[in-house]
Design a protein around this ligand. Sequence first.
Ligand code: C2E
Ligand code: MG
Ligand code: MG
Ligand code: MG
Length: 288
Amino acid sequence: RGKAHGGKRFEFYASEMPAWTREWLAIETRLRHGLEGGDFVLHYQPQVNLIDGSPVGLEALLRWRQPDGELWSPGRFINVTEETGLILSIGAWVIREATRQMAAWRDAGVPLVPVSVNVSARQCLDRHLVKVVADALADADIPAHLLKIEVTESTAMADLGQLKALLTELRQLGVAVAMDDFGTGYSSLAHLKRFPVDQIKIDPSFIHDITTDANGAAIVRATIALAHGLGVPVVAEGVENAEQMRFLTEHHCDIAQGYLYAYPLACDDVARYLHGNRPNPHGHDAFA
Ligand code: C2E
Ligand code: MG
Ligand code: MG
Ligand code: MG
């Protein structure tokens, strides 16, 4: 779909379109220009070791700069990019930009940590994705183990055979694969059995009430045990307060990501952060 059917969508009269369709088309047009005009940016959210608070990774998160300077988060436009197929070119830009940025940090003497990039279901069905990743790494001269690809469970539902082939090829390149938003899709366990992953990320909805809801706490404990049983580290997403941090530390969660540690940061702020210039909720500075 997308490009191949590009003309079809315009066979309606504008007056017959529901308002949301017109708005959607306007966003699509602006997205196309945005890619050409350099209106997309990546922010990077640190992931920290729960034992000492030191950075162990960054997640690249897409932002779309509006004419008034406001930055839009993916929730406001990612659906349109997927429905139109624009996600393929935007997603390729994200992968190239993340590796280019890693090279820039490296050249500036910033200590590198692995960077995770999100890919949507649509991108996983694209035969070119592995080549996009391989070329981006080669062009930036970044070793594959410094790149991680995050797929969600809903992605995993799209086409199991094709997804398995894709993840296998990525891992053969040396790129790690993380299962994002774990627990929010269905048949998570069946997916884990079929697709080897290098990391499991627990969705914020489970972290939110771990200190107040016994069921939520039990699910998080079980997920940590599951990940460790599979021999992979687990990341808690959406960690916002010290009680959650303590619970996760006590239950041997490996890595935390959330506003308690850092918001998604612009690239200059990432450089300062990785140089050791950061608050540490654990109370001691890993670089001191
Ligand atoms: P995600 O991959 O699960 O990313 C984590 C989201 O949680 C991010 O939202 C992040 O800003 C937010 N977050 C981080 N810490 C906290 C916290 O302590 N509390 C709360 N409430 N939220 C927190 P963001 O940046 O709006 O991204 C939303 C989703 O959009 C991502 O979810 C991901 O699925 C998708 N996305 C982001 N960037 C890309 C991209 O480059 N390509 C594709 N295909 N999808 C992307
Ligand atoms: Mg993610
Ligand atoms: Mg997530
Ligand atoms: Mg998500």
